[in-house]
Every structure is written in structure tokens, then in C-alpha cells.
Design a protein around this ligand. Structure first.
Ligand code: NAD
Length: 354
């Protein structure tokens, strides 16, 4: 089995990926994560006694640490999930996004290149650096525009998107300049279990259960292309195995939804699962001032990964959303620990150098 250094593996997508990778014996995993507010080690608790999974707390921007881990564990691949990922936070504090998403990725690339250059030619050929990125780098679409393709010009509109765009360009440059075998994936919005409750879907589920307003930006007509997180993880593994070096692959759900319709669907599910007499959760919907620079529409053309690698999304949005709502309803301990601050306190006690 191959060994991968996975960064940001204690976050939403990274944790789902690691669980799949270990449960299916795809990979041995070293998880390098800074353990920021967005991380959650409870997600990976079931791997506590797994000898082929190791957690290292640290920053992808710490080139000495990354160099040490590469030399120590001799991985065949690096999968870079680590990022500051929340657009609203990037508007309030863009500097952190530059620090991790741009500089962090740069130092990770530097350490990878020095490591890769020292490998035997056989191991050099096996090695992969897979960078996980977003469709937000392409900017915003109008209703009738064709979906984003891999050759759509970059036009990021938020500090988050700009920082991811910069990191994508560095990854590309390391392939063309140094020959580092890189792959980039640009994916649409993910949803599913274990997502930090600041993002639209978990926020809506949990606010609704608490009887709190369900905030909807602007007129609610912004469109996102939603993909179930497990479908995304499977696509990443496929690209890692079969992707062509230096290439980028768009990954999407073929599932465009307005924010309003997503919130309405969640309310309808909760009306069924947790009914309250003479009450619909939709009465909690509240339109709020739009986010500055809010992109109107994202849509992914994923024909390349379908055609070249045979991937396509498996999960239907209605069933995926139902599973997601059920997961949050069945995991109140997880939710309470995240929201009460108990998890943050535990992290501080156990990982004091954060
Ligand atoms: P997340 O915010 O849930 O998790 C990010 C993880 O990275 C956290 O565990 C955090 O502790 C860690 N991290 C942050 N800074 C770090 C640093 N300097 N060094 C090491 N670890 C660090 O994010 P996510 O939603 O799981 O997204 C993962 C990746 O996928 C990101 O690169 C994001 O841009 C990309 N992506 C996300 C989506 C989505 O809908 N969530 C869609 C497309 C692409």
C-alpha cells in the first residue's frame, strides 16, 4: 500500500477522505494539520488504534517540519487539503488566507521539490503532488453562461478565491519549471457529514433545530453546484491514481441549486423528520444583506474527468441532503462539542502549541 502525506486532514473533506482511504486500505496516511478552529479530531477518533494512520500537528508553511516528515515517512504522494476555507472569514481577515493558502502551499511545494529531486528515478515517477482546489478561482457566471471548464480563465472575486488561485498557479509552475509531478482538482461546493457549522448547509440545519433565524444572503438566487463529499473524495483518489501529470480536473455535482432552494429543501426534510405542530421550519428563513462581491453562479463542466477517468457523481442531491440532515440529528454530541467550545478547550489542553 502506498503512503501519502495528507495535509488538512482534520477538516471536513480531508477527514472524510482519510476515513475512506483507511477503511478501504487505499493508503497509509500521515495527516499534517495545524488544528485550527475548522479542524475536528473527533472526526478521526475511530483511527486511534490504526497503525497506518499518524497525526502530526503542524503548519504546511513550516518547511523544516515538512522536510523532516518527508524524509522520515518517505511518502509516495502528497495531497494538499490544508487551507483557510471560509469566504466570509477571508473578507474579514484576508491575511490568514495569504499565509496558509499562498505561502503555505509555496513552502509545501518547495519541501516536496527538494524531496522529490533526491528520490530514485523509479520513485520519482511514482510520486504525485495533488493539490485540492475550488471552482471559485474561475469567478462568477451569469445564468446563461456555459459552466467552468479547465481552460476557463481565472477571475477570482473574494480574497479566499484569490488565495486559492495563487496557490493553483504555483502548483502549475512547479510542474512546468521543475517537473514536479503535480495534479490539481477544482471542485464545486461540497456538502455532507462532518462539515463545520459555519457553512450554509450545517448552519441551516442547526439553526433550524434551535429555532434560530435561517440567514439567506441577498435575494437567495445565488447558484452553487453541490457535490456530496464522498463523491469528491472518490474523484480525488481516482485523479491521484490515474490523472495525467501537470493536468487539472474539474469536479462537480451536475447539480445547480439556488441558496434559497437548498434552505427550503432542508426545511422540508426537517418538517418530516422533526415535525412541530402548526409550524414549518421555513418560517425561520430570513433574508440578510448580501455578502460583498458575492458571486452569482458557479457551475462545473466535469466532462474531462468523466471522459478521461470514468468518474461521475453517484449521490443524488435529495438523498445526499437527507443523509446529511440525519447525520447532524444523530450526532448531537459532535455538534454540541463544536458549538459550546468544549472541543476547542480540549484541543488547547492536548495540543498546547497551536
Ligand atoms: P476545512 O476548513 O474544513 O479544513 C481545513 C483544514 O486545514 C483544517 O483541519 C485546518 O486545521 C487545516 N489547516 C488550516 N491551515 C493549515 C496550515 N497552515 N497547515 C496545516 N493545516 C492547516 O476545509 P475543507 O472544506 O475540508 O476544504 C479542504 C480543501 O478543499 C481546501 O483546500 C478547500 O479550498 C478545498 N475545497 C473545499 C470545498 C468545500 O465546499 N468545502 C470545495 C472545493 C474545494
Amino acid at each position: 500500500m502506498l503512503t501519502a502525506l495528507i495535509t488538512g486532514g482534520a477538516g471536513f473533506i480531508g477527514a472524510n477522505f482519510i476515513l475512506l482511504a483507511r477503511n478501504n486500505q487505499w493508503l497509509n496516511v500521515i495527516n499534517l494539520d495545524k488544528l485550527t478552529y475548522a479542524s475536528n479530531l473527533q472526526n478521526l477518533a475511530e483511527l486511534q488504534n490504526d497503525n497506518y494512520y499518524h497525526l502530526v500537528q503542524g503548519d504546511i508553511g513550516n518547511i523544516e517540519l515538512v522536510t523532516y516528515l518527508l524524509e522520515q515517512y518517505q511518502p509516495n504522494a502528497i495531497i494538499n487539503f490544508a487551507a483557510e476555507s471560509h469566504v466570509d472569514r477571508s473578507i474579514l481577515n484576508p491575511q490568514k488566507f495569504i499565509q496558509t493558502n499562498v505561502l503555505g502551499t509555496f513552502y509545501l511545494l518547495e519541501a516536496s521539490r527538494f524531496y522529490w529531486q533526491k528520490l530514485s528515478s523509479q520513485r520519482q515517477q511514482q510520486f504525485r503532488f495533488l493539490h485540492v482546489s475550488t471552482d471559485e478561482v474561475y469567478g462568477s457566471l451569469n445564468l446563461k453562461d456555459p459552466a467552468f471548464r479547465e481552460d476557463t480563465p481565472y477571475a477570482p472575486n473574494s480574497p479566499y478565491a484569490a488565495s486559492k488561485a495563487a496557490s493553483d498557479h504555483f502548483v502549475r509552475a512547479y510542474y512546468h519549471t521543475y517537473g514536479l509531478p503535480t495534479l490539481t482538482t477544482n471542485c464545486s461546493n461540497n456538502y455532507g457529514m462532518r462539515q463545520f457549522p459555519e457553512k450554509l448547509i450545517p448552519l441551516t440545519i442547526l439553526n433550524a433545530i434551535d429555532g434560530k433565524p435561517l440567514p439567506i444572503y441577498g435575494d437567495g438566487q445565488n447558484i452553487r453546484d453541490w457535490l456530496y463529499v464522498i463523491d469528491h473524495c472518490k474523484a480525488i483518489y481516482l485523479v491521484l491514481q490515474q490523472g495525467k501529470m501537470g493536468e487539472t480536473y474539474n469536479i462537480g455535482g451536475l447539480n445547480e441549486q439556488t441558496n434559497l432552494s437548498v434552505v427550503e429543501k432542508i426545511c422540508a426534510i426537517l418538517d418530516e423528520l422533526v415535525p412541530k405542530p402548526d409550524f414549518s421550519y421555513s418560517s425561520l428563513m430570513t433574508f440578510v444583506k448580501d455578502r460583498p462581491g458575492h458571486d452569482r453562479r458557479y457551475a462545473i463542466d466535469c466532462n474531462k474527468i468523466k471522459r478521461d477517468l470514468g468518474w461521475q457523481p453517484q449521490e443524488n442531491f435529495d438523498s445526499g441532503l437527507l443523509k446529511t440532515v440525519q447525520w447532524y440529528l444523530n450526532n448531537f454530541d459532535w455538534v454540541n462539542q463544536v458549538r459550546s467550545g468544549a472541543y476547542q478547550n480540549w484541543l488547547k489542553q492536548n495540543y498546547e502549541n497551536r
